[in-house]
Design a binder for this molecule. Structure first.
Ligand SMILES: O=C(O)C(=O)C[C@]1(C(=O)O)C=C[C@@H](O)C=C1
Length: 256
């Protein structure tokens, strides 16, 4: 069953995946043409970029393979995903059905492409668009899984204090809900831990000399494959606030 410890353990493990996926995308240059609208052979401007088409097609394949049978996974192009050919699996759902589909994938999409990617990738174009797009997809999928996991966190918090949550939900009091589900101390732990993970996972490992400690490594952020302060800010300004938004939206549907 779910508890505050198990849901926090899940979020902690996702940090590793987030940091590694950012490190992978930072390996490639920006590759700007992959993000511009495509043109047809006749020169007509199409509505999608190469990266968007890549992600749509990838989600269609993964949907056939059953990825979205698990409620933990939410596609960015839900209206396009075909049904699964994978063997059925009886996923237990810890979520309240009327609130289970709450997600902020649209906000994650624009945050990733407009804010995060320009801070991760250096300017340049090496033409390896599919490789870079695949790295984008990995970042988007894990950010989506982590942030939309706020549904599970909210379910645990609701079950832990049904009375208080029920009255705030009935009053549709968003501000009071945010206040009730917030733990400043936990947010501080999470932000400092992801910053440290970025420093540990993103350092250059050589056979000479000792393993870097944070004391001597954090001083020069350019030593790292992804700037640890970028990851700290990503969590403080986007990942945690969006997770809380998911928690509140979920709670507002928890009594439907
Ligand atoms: O761990 C929690 O209690 C959560 O609700 C998750 C989370 C987070 O996104 O990491 C969000 C809000 C809390 O203030 C602390 C942390």
């Amino acid at each position: 069953g779910l508890s505050l410890d198990t849901v926090r353990d899940f979020l902690t493990r996702e940090e590793d995946t987030i940091v590694f996926s950012l490190i992978e995308r930072a390996k490639y240059p920006l590759n700007r043409p992959a993000y511009d609208p495509l043109h047809s052979a006749a020169g007509r401007r199409l509505n999608a970029s190469f990266v968007e088409l890549f992600i749509r097609e990838s989600e269609a394949v993964q949907s056939k393979a059953g990825r979205y049978q698990s409620l933990q996974e939410i596609p960015f192009f839900a209206y396009r995903v075909p049904s699964a050919l994978a063997p059925p699996y009886n996923f237990t759902s810890d979520l309240y059905p009327a609130a289970a589909s709450v997600n902020v994938n649209d906000a994650i999409w624009s945050m990733y492409f407009d804010e995060l990617l320009p801070r991760l990738a250096k300017n340049g174009d090496d033409g390896n668009y599919a490789v870079a797009a695949d790295a984008d997809l990995a970042c988007l999928q894990v950010l989506s899984r982590r942030i939309n996991y706020g549904r599970y966190v909210a379910e645990v918090k609701f079950r832990g204090d049904q009375q208080t949550y029920t009255s705030l939900i009935q009053a549709k009091d968003r501000d009071a809900l945010v206040k009730l589900l917030t733990s400043e101390a936990q947010e501080d732990v999470v932000k400092r831990r992801v910053e440290k993970k970025a420093a540990v996972f993103g350092q250059s490992v050589t056979l000479d000399g000792p393993v870097q400690t944070d004391a001597n490594s954090q001083a020069n952020s350019s030593l790292f494959k992804v700037d640890p302060s970028v990851v700290y800010e990503l969590y403080g300004q986007r990942v945690i606030p969006l997770t809380k938004q998911v928690e509140v939206e979920y709670l507002l549907h928890r009594l439907d």
